[in-house]
Design a protein around this ligand. Structure first.
Ligand code: GDP
Length: 360
């Protein structure tokens, strides 16, 4: 499954955020969560469209698209050298599809900073350096073997070339995600090495609540990580929100100038970072969001519900969410000519409301 790994230096608020995340039903009672293992949480992607669909179709329940987060503890300076939980940490993070780095930007003098001072730029650098060093080690360790293989098998030459170019790029202090395209490195050829810096990064800045409205401050932080996505929140406030009744949670958010919990933003941005989009199904039983990669075809989308649906795919009856809501009902949307029959070459769009016709 597609998982976002949460990393960061010790004491930046990772656990606080993770705990809040896996109990994020505040102001979204319809979006349940589950904690699979102590460090893995599946949360529902907040999606107001599902509430509206449930109204239109009289659905009994709402099933949001799942997004998984793993709390990957143990990244410290020197992790790639086996400091801290070193290798256990690295094994955990290899399975993640994207990496979410939590960065401390709050000032509380009672919370010790591992490096003695609060410096988001330095912390980001420290973590990135560890990830880059870990990849460099992996590549350098693999290279002699890859070169040997290439002597016997011509088709391995591309992997060697990619690995050598990757080593040079990493050695210059850049991540593969940021630099591979420019350097002409074939990242696909490196897939077998399970490198960390090929994954997309996103950043959560854990800021003091009274800085959430300070646009200049947030812009400074955003500039540190652009073009990667940045989300801002006060993890402590987020963890307080989850224990409040909705009305009080809303009041607290309002008092700090926020229209929704920072966690909702994080889940949405995280989902986007994974290169995914959702399509919707609705009926009396449930209104539900399904996850497909951007660019998925209609049969591939059907396959997410059931593999039989993909094999037996005939056509899909599709209306865009906006057209459906504008019409007010499925019947009205049909009468207005907004419901289309699409075949197996159709590329899914975010917010398509779908009914598949299958021959099985
Ligand atoms: P981790 O080591 O990154 O998992 O950090 P924790 O979540 O355990 O947080 C470390 C300490 O910082 C705890 O005492 C938290 O209560 C505190 N903390 C976390 N987030 C915030 C925040 O946004 N503001 C303040 N003032 N303290 C925070």
């Amino acid at each position: 499954s597609l998982t976002i790994g949460i990393v960061g230096l010790p004491n930046v608020g990772k656990s606080t955020l993770f705990n809040a995340l896996t109990r994020n039903d505040v102001l979204a009672a319809n979006y349940p969560f589950a904690t699979i293992e102590p460090n893995v949480g599946v949360v529902g992607l907040p999606d107001a469209r599902l509430d509206r669909l449930a109204e239109i179709f009289g659905s009994e329940k709402i099933v949001p698209a799942p997004v998984s987060f793993v709390d990957i503890a143990g990244l410290v300076r020197g992790a790639s050298q086996g400091q801290g939980r070193g290798n256990a940490f690295l094994a955990n993070i290899r399975d993640a599809s994207a990496i979410c780095q939590v960065v401390r930007a709050f000032s509380d003098p009672n919370v010790v900073h591992v490096d003695g001072k609060v410096s988001p730029a330095d912390d980001i650098e420290t973590i990135n350096t560890e990830l880059i060093l870990a990849d460099l080690q992996t590549v350098e360790k693999a290279l002699p073997r890859l070169q040997k293989e290439a002597k016997l098998r011509k088709d391995r030459a591309a992997v060697v070339a990619a690995a050598e170019a990757a080593a040079a790029l990493l050695d210059s202090g850049r991540t593969l995600y940021a630099g591979a395209a420019e350097a002409g490195i074939d990242v696909e050829a490196l897939r077998e090495l399970h490198l960390l810096t090929t994954k997309p990064f996103l950043y959560v800045f854990n800021v003091d609540e009274d800085e959430l409205g300070n646009a200049a401050f947030l812009d400074e932080l955003r500039a540190l990580v652009a073009p990667a996505e940045a989300v801002f929140m006060d993890a402590k406030v987020e963890s307080e929100l989850i224990d409040l009744p909705d009305a009080e949670a809303r009041e607290l958010l309002e008092s700090i100038g926020q229209s929704e919990p920072g966690l909702h933003q994080l889940i949405r941005v995280g989902f986007g970072t994974l290169g995914l989009q959702t399509y919707l199904t609705a009926g009396p039983k449930e209104a539900r969001a399904w996850t497909v990669p951007v660019g998925a075809t209609a049969p591939e989308a059907a396959g997410v519900i059931h593999s039989d649906f993909q094999r037996g795919f005939i056509k899909a009856e599709i209306v865009s969410y906006d057209d459906l809501v504008a019409a007010g009902s499925m019947a009205a949307a049909k009468a207005a000519g907004k419901v289309r029959m699409e075949g197996k070459d159709y590329t899914m769009r975010d917010g398509d409301v779908v009914e598949f016709r299958s021959g099985l």
